[in-house]
Design a protein around this ligand. Structure first.
Ligand code: DGL
Length: 278
């Protein structure tokens, strides 16, 4: 049993690597006075090709770590972790760790929002192989929008392109074009597209370039931020447990300097990360 600090603390934001920074950026814009701890498990990224059991174990370690740093609320800013670990953590581990703490994911708010975008109900989902294999988007969309049709495409090369700083290089064009063709090969009438991996917004310019005209692209960062604002309004007992200093602390399980230099680009601010062991 962990001994967890009861005093208010920062909001924890977790991803396998850099991708969750796209969510943190939007959350900070929406709730600028909150304190945040961002944790990227860069040493063990990517998660997208790993088994359910491993993603669950790594994610649980990260959640326990963020709780031990004083977080009462942790956002899994990672679709793969949300798909493969969130439910078990919510249903099994929280009762043991501390039933008053909360862990939220990014899939549910995205699915809630998709109804606002689609006119014909044909939804495209890009995700890691793990997220696509989990069928989490198909299952959640079927619950909320039973008339919708979901077409999914795994994009195993997109996360490595982002993590290796190749997202803006011409070599990335091939893989962006390839997966878009494969998705629209399944259904040419997709009218709304979910980028179901928090790394993918870093390929946004290229994705827009190869996407057929008129397809709505959901911005997961803004959707998750909006949903969090609403959640905190409905849950004052959690809201009260968040410190309000407007600070962000950045942690990585891999090299801190490498993380800092890349994160500064994603966040448009100077990021100084520290290395931690989970
Ligand atoms: N950014 C993560 C997501 O949203 C996955 C990246 C990875 O494969 O580690 O799914």
């Amino acid at each position: 049993m962990l001994t967890l600090p009861d005093a208010p603390g920062p909001i924890g934001v977790f991803d396998s690597g850099f991708g969750g920074l796209t969510i943190l950026r939007s959350i900070r814009q929406a709730i600028p006075d909150a304190d945040y701890i961002y944790l990227g498990d860069n040493a063990r990224a990517p998660y997208g090709t790993r088994s359910f059991d491993i993603v669950y174990r790594f994610t649980l370690q990260a959640v326990e770590y963020l709780f031990s740093r004083g977080c009462h609320l942790v956002i899994l800013a990672c679709n793969t972790a949300s798909a493969k670990a969130l439910r078990t953590i919510q249903q099994r581990d929280l009762a043991r760790l501390d039933p008053d703490r909360r862990v939220l994911g990014v899939i549910r708010p995205t699915v809630e929002a998709v109804g606002r975008y689609s006119r014909n109900g044909n939804i495209g989902v890009f995700g890691t192989p793990g997220t696509v294999a989990s069928k989490s988007y198909d299952i959640e969309i079927a619950k909320l929008h039973p008339d919708f049709h979901v077409f999914s495409q795994a994009c195993p090369m997109w996360v490595p392109l982002v993590e290796n700083r190749e997202a803006n290089d011409p070599g990335a064009d091939y893989f962006v074009d390839k997966y878009i063709r494969q998705l629209f090969g399944q259904c040419p009438d997709i009218d709304s597209l979910i980028l179901g991996c928090t790394h993918y917004p870093l390929l946004l310019d290229k994705i827009r370039r190869f996407l057929p005209e008129g397809v709505a692209l959901l911005s997961q960062g803004e959707i998750v931020a909006e949903s969090l604002v609403d959640y905190l309004r409905r849950h004052p007992e959690i809201d009260r447990k968040i410190t309000r200093g407007g600070n962000a602390t950045y942690l990585t399980t891999d090299d801190a300097e490498h993380f800092s230099s890349l994160a500064s680009v994603f966040m448009d601010v100077d990021v100084r990360a520290s290395r931690v062991e989970l």
